[in-house]
Design a protein around this ligand. Sequence first.
Ligand code: MRU
Length: 362
Amino acid sequence: MNINGTPTRTLRAHPERRAIDIIDQTRLPHALHWVRVATLDEAAHAIRAMLVRGAPLIGATAAYGLAIALADDAGDTHLAEAAAVLRATRPTAVNLHWALARMEALLVPLDPATRCAAAWTEAAAIAEEDVAQNAAIGQHGLGLFRQIARQQGKTLNIMTHCNAGWLATVDWGTALSPVYAAHDAGLPVHVWVSETRPRNQGLLTAWELAQHGVPHTLLADNAAGILMREGKVDAVIVGADRIAANGDVANKVGTYLKALGCADNGIPFYVAAPRSTLDFACPDGGAIPIEERDGNEFRRILGLDDHGVPTVVQQLPLPEAVANPAFDVTPARLVTAIITERGVCPASADGLRSLYPEAADA
Ligand code: MRU
């Protein structure tokens, strides 16, 4: 994806294989600030404090975090401890757990002397696969968008929630990948960007769409319903943090309400996610752990002061009790289709099995 006109990835591995650079997303959209991650603690902090966020990018960062940890000590105990530290950072996005399981499956049987190099190579492979899979999601989603556009004969109005774009992945994004593919292919597209309280990841979406030149409009989360009722939304597309074996989808809190709005208004509701987001061991959405985050995310808000300086202000008089579930589960029956790197399928056990027979039968 283009940033300031230059193709850029969200994660840069240092050639000497001891560190990575990431974008501190807590400072966006007000500042684009790269941060070096050179220790296990820095990697764990980056994920926990959401300097990096978005399920696929969390997975890739954790993989590199494990590789970085092994540079100090590649013995069995440290490998297990480092993986446990990273695994404990965030519970809902299964990509984190998938990436660490993949790394451990490769590394545990190896001689400790070879683990460090192997870990780095595997982390790089995870990052590369993410880019390729997201690009493929873009092409499959573009096919769906073209079908809708043929019926409409006008600019396609796509609504999204949270940030499932470039910033949530190594490149291209999941839900936004078809949007970039459509824009790059010359299909007129406009994106309704839902603010996504309390952390306002919608501002990240607006920022990256602007960087790539995609027309878009921000809206308060509560405005989604009226736009749907007024016929201003042709399709909703979101990412996912975990998709259960039956097609239930955990995604950023507020996703479920958008799916309900789509169902009442006959609007297709698509979920885009790579293989690493599918959890075939999880039978349904009820088994997905939902992260409850610090209430201060709700109490405080980042903005610019009158002098244009980024400032955090308290928006609630303390002490107000707040609830802050970070995700919700959309039942499969409300999902029109799931888009993965292998294609488009119904949100059901049979649908997912048709794309991933090897995983579903394992
Ligand atoms: O809490 P976050 O910002 O890490 O949330 C994850 C997400 O970005 C979204 O839920 C997204 O839609 C899925 S990740 C592509």
